[in-house]
Design a protein around this ligand. Sequence first.
Ligand code: HAM
Length: 411
Amino acid sequence: MGNIIKVQKGTKDILPQEMGLWYTMEDNARRIFTNAGYGEIRTPIFEATELFARGVGDTTDIVNKEMYTFEKSERSLTLRPENTAGVVRAFIENGMHRLSAPVKLWYKGPMFRYERPQAGRQRQFHQVGVEMFGIKDATADAEVIELAVSYLKSLGLNDLEVEINSLGCPNCRENFKTELKKVLKPYFNDLCEDCQNRYEKNPLRLLDCKVDSCKAIFEKPDVKSVIYGDFICEDCAEHFNQLKSYLDALGIKYTVNKLLVRGLDYYNRTVFEIKSNNLGSQNAVCGGGRYDSLVRNLGGVDTPAIGFAMGMERLYSLLQKKEPEKLTAYVVSTNQTEALKTVKYLRDNNISTDFDFAGKKFTKQMEKASKIAKFAVILGEDEIANKTVSIKNLETSHQVTVPQAELLNNL
Ligand code: HAM
């Protein structure tokens, strides 16, 4: 027998028993995004390397260290590390700027980054995301954040933290970078090696450094006053205030995190992340923001845009940790014909229901009911004879007997 060939580091098989949650993630995405007017787009898994170098930015870790790049017929190709650049390419190439704004697209599929694998971080992972083109107003930012929250809620994920920040426009950001470099200069030798490189190439990226000694420098009063000062210009501040007031009106809780800068270069103004406390260090389930210059930078007609992507493996692990949803009803009966009829009747009325196929003893059926359902729907001999049904609330143990016609009203 030859050597066994194993799955590659940082990649995984998704097995049949895991498919249920994957279908739920995909079905909910399709339902919720379609309902908000987003059409699905499927772009190729590999693209010209240049698309990502110009799109994501050639000072980012993603482009510098993490791309799977290969040559074919003297062309440099790259497995997509994310999908915003590809969607923008498709937007331009298919003349979608001629469609009436907003143009709303959503996608799902595998992405590839050559990262050091750890819990929640893979080399092949999946994203589900949306991109909206053509609207510069903060209403678009509010809709996109609301959509992300609604999608997570549809999966039963409620206790997540929404963080927002504004990176300003190229003008005000340049001033900020200059100020930041000035105040950090005396501390340059104490910065970690990565930050020393970022200092020249991409000073904004210093802010989300996870190294303790760097974090301590950002806490120094002089540095802090630059980071937490209001550097963004009046227009950008107005846009950010609008967004906050829309989120308040929508009842979406958020915190402003001035250190939130994101790992891709195309953003301006709004950036956001949604984080969970249940995921360890790789805690972001969703990342996104506005990228008003990207369409123009990739050769298209100047078009503002905003979007987000979520890591599906991270969603999966949150969903797995959740208690399984209980059924609404479990039909308990010693008469299998009555049980089958009642189960069908409840399911026809969209009530999740099951029963004991083998017709075990009454007490065994009740035990099972209390494990997996909220209500036991009991059809004993008396009930069947009197055309009634007993309904036991399995949390409170409260039980009522009502005419069968009133079953639905009592669940
Ligand atoms: P991103 O923050 O790089 O943004 O990725 C979005 C999400 O993908 C992350 O929050 C995380 O859940 C997941 N993710 C990223 N890398 C990995 C990995 N190695 N393993 C597992 N999950 C991962 C983007 O990709 C942007 N394109 C989002 C966007 C869309 N911005 C505007 N439109």
